[in-house]
Design a protein around this ligand. Structure first.
Ligand SMILES: [Zn+2]
Length: 377
């Protein structure tokens, strides 16, 4: 790894004002005394990730990139003007839901615009050559957001508007969006469903959320057919299964697509501790996936890689995953300096870290059978 890599970091304290409120762990009608807990998508998670990046001396080795509020012009490459107006209207109240399960508080439209603008700023910095790669540690996340409604904690689709910005403002022709969030990136898939200029690859827990999205046979339509690659994996797939999916599907297809920019929708909710999913990735798994995408970017587009934060809900673990990804991006840390896995030795020895499960192998075979119609894999 070259010693002079410069990696950008987008983080803004205003992300910590993203107000998702409290969450009941049970139906209030059935259980009127259920104790409310912090909403899973509380911005405290990215705050912790930033804190760890500071603590481990990672942030100081990155170049700070300022985030601006995404403009109407930047957002309407995907979102409808009616939806922007609705989000602004909700933000003038004490808060509410921008669609299905994507709450904001008072003033939350500005935070959501700052998340989209932060991802756009990361893309701009990379494509202008100011930095080699960048991590946009933003809140709220984006990949579930549809053109006309928020969904699943996501208000504006940060990856979509940033990919379009790369094409329109910087002349990138082909953009790869690799989505390893454990949930399916339905909003991103919908945006580029008929568009061959953006290759969307999603690895996710099979039919977890949203229901009905992300099966292997969803491949795009018209000119976009073959440019959507869904890799649904069974619960319990860990480092070994993800490594197999990357080696046999993700990396070869990405190389054949030959992108001008790689964007990773990085949800660290496929981690072994996540409360919202049942995958078993550890720090080593996230490091390996980051390294593989860095290698693809190095081969195809001079290393131009942008990571944008999506989900990740285990307070004791997801921030370590994010810090590890940033550490990997810097690429100049000796082995002894890798962040130690809080899971301890079990991270290396749990079966999912070392064994390819039969059901995971079958899932990968099914994807290969579908995608071999479009790619030499
Ligand atoms: Zn997720």
């Amino acid at each position: 790894m070259p010693q002079d890599r410069l990696v950008g970091l987008v983080f803004d304290d205003r992300y910590l004002t993203h107000n998702t409120g409290l969450n009941l762990i049970a139906d209030r009608g059935l259980y009127p005394f259920a104790e409310p807990v912090a909403h899973p998508s509380s911005p405290a998670l990215v705050g912790r990730a930033k804190h760890l990046m500071d603590l481990f001396g990672i942030a100081e080795r990155m170049r700070r990139i300022e985030a601006d509020l995404a403009s109407d012009v930047q957002l309407t490459v995907y979102h409808t003007p009616e939806y922007l107006a609705r989000v602004s209207e909700i933000a003038r109240t004490d808060g509410g839901d921008t669609g299905s399960g994507a709450p904001i508080g008072r003033g939350g439209d500005r935070v959501a615009r700052l998340a989209a603008g932060g991802t756009i700023a990361a893309v701009s910095a990379v494509l202008a050559g100011d930095v080699d790669a960048a991590y946009a540690l933003v809140r709220p996340p984006g990949h579930h957001a549809m053109a006309d409604e928020g969904m699943g904690f996501c208000v504006f689709n940060n990856a979509v508007v940033a990919a379009r910005h790369a094409q329109r403002a910087h002349g990138a022709e082909r953009v790869l969006i690799l989505d390893w969030d454990v949930h399916h990136g339905n909003g991103t898939q919908a945006a580029f469903w008929a568009d061959p200029s953006v290759l969307f690859i999603s690895l996710h827990q099979d039919d977890l959320y949203p229901s009905g999205w992300g099966s292997a046979d969803q491949v795009g339509i018209g000119e976009g057919e073959g440019f959507t690659v869904n890799v649904p994996l069974p619960a319990g797939t860990g480092n070994r299964g993800y490594a197999e999916a990357f080696a046999t599907i993700v990396v070869p297809i990405a190389r054949q697509f030959d992108p001008d920019l790689v964007i990773v929708s990085a949800g660290q909710d496929a981690s072994v501790f996540d409360p919202l999913a049942r995958m078993s990735l550890t720090l080593a798994g996230y490091r390996a996936m980051t390294e593989m995408m860095m290698a693809v970017a190095a081969e195809c587009c001079a290393g131009r890689l942008v990571i944008t934060q999506e989900g990740g809900y285990a307070p004791q673990y997801a921030p370590y995953c994010s810090a590890t990804i940033a550490q990997t991006l810097i690429g100049r840390i000796s082995d002894s300096e890798w962040i130690a896995d809080p899971y301890g030795e079990r991270a290396e020895t749990q079966p999912a870290s070392v064994e390819l499960g039969l059901d995971a192998a079958e899932s990968i075979e099914r994807v290969l059978a579908v995608q071999q119609r479009y790619w030499a894999i």
